[in-house]
Ligand binder design. Structure first.
Ligand code: 5BU
Length: 271
């Protein structure tokens, strides 16, 4: 089973170039923590990215909540990603027809495709979501390289919100979209809550809804512990937002989450 295979080996199985990079980065930096930087001021995001940068493999944004967005903010965020060695994921959850997602990905104020290594997308519209996103990348770059090779998508197969409408059939077809067809080289992973969402070891399971004190929030979020998501739910990368954002010392909290998640992973592959 995929959850027993070390990240180094899974890097070699991945069809997406970004998934290979991310698996390798996780293995060498020894972290499977993704920080959900859900803050509304650019400087706050840069500050937390700098403090938590050493402990994360991925920084996840919701760029449309940033009140003072600018191109210089993106330049600074990219510089921090390069300095601390983490990738950037925009959790845009694209969900429209191909032509519209292509515009939403590449155009507008945020020009997401120009800076986000990874984005998230719903499988609800079907396979055309992948074709639409790929279209924004425009095929080859000036040097004749494949632009899509530097970008990847995580497809949603499950959500952590209580009462969400996703059922087994939806999960199964989402897995098919992620693993079959001509655009699988663009799929880096799956966002889900359980180990049975997919079997292919070349994909990365990203799992949100993680907090040390298992609980819920007032708006339907359901939390599991770091150990539980990695060992019982198959998470390769765990997403932590408020568990870190609301700590008195965010760097220390990030380190604690990193340590617990990484230990759970090493125990999972050793067992
Ligand atoms: P939290 O503060 O740790 O609850 O933040 C969780 C983040 O993960 C937040 O940015 C959500 O948008 C994101 N998320 C989620 O919580 N649950 C899901 O099923 C998906 C994304 Br998909």
């Amino acid at each position: 089973v995929r959850t027993k295979i070390p990240f180094e080996s899974r890097a070699n199985l991945a069809k997406s170039a970004v998934a290979r990079r991310l698996f390798s980065l996780m293995a060498s930096k020894r972290t499977n923590l993704c920080l959900a930087a859900d803050l509304t001021k650019g400087d706050e995001i840069l500050d937390i990215a700098d403090k938590c940068g050493p402990y994360i493999c991925l920084l996840k944004t919701h760029i449309d909540i940033v009140e003072d967005f600018s191109e210089s903010f993106i330049a600074s965020l990219k510089a921090l990603a390069a300095r601390h060695q983490f990738l950037l994921m925009e959790d845009r959850k694209f969900a429209d027809i191909g032509n519209t997602v292509s515009l939403q990905y590449g155009k507008g104020i945020y020009k997401i495709s120009s800076w986000a290594d990874l984005v998230t997308a719903h499988t609800l519209p079907g396979r055309s979501i992948l074709q639409g996103l790929k279209a924004a990348l425009g095929g080859e770059d000036a040097a004749g390289g494949d632009v899509a090779a530097e970008r990847g998508v995580f497809l949603l197969a499950e959500m952590s919100a209580s009462g969400n409408l996703i059922d087994d059939k939806y999960k199964e077809t989402s897995n098919k979209i992620a693993t079959e067809g001509g655009d699988v080289d663009f799929v880096a992973g799956v966002v889900c809550q359980s180990a049975n969402c997919f079997a292919f070891p070349g994909l990365i399971q990203l799992t949100p809804g993680v907090k040390i004190d298992e609980s819920v929030d007032k708006l339907g979020q359901q939390y599991q512990t770091p150990e539980h998501v990695v060992k019982e739910r198959g998470a390769d990368i765990a997403v932590v937002g408020r568990g870190i954002l609301q700590a008195k010392n965010v760097a220390q909290a990030a380190q604690t989450y990193r340590d617990r998640l990484w230990t759970a992973y090493t125990e999972r592959v050793a067992k």
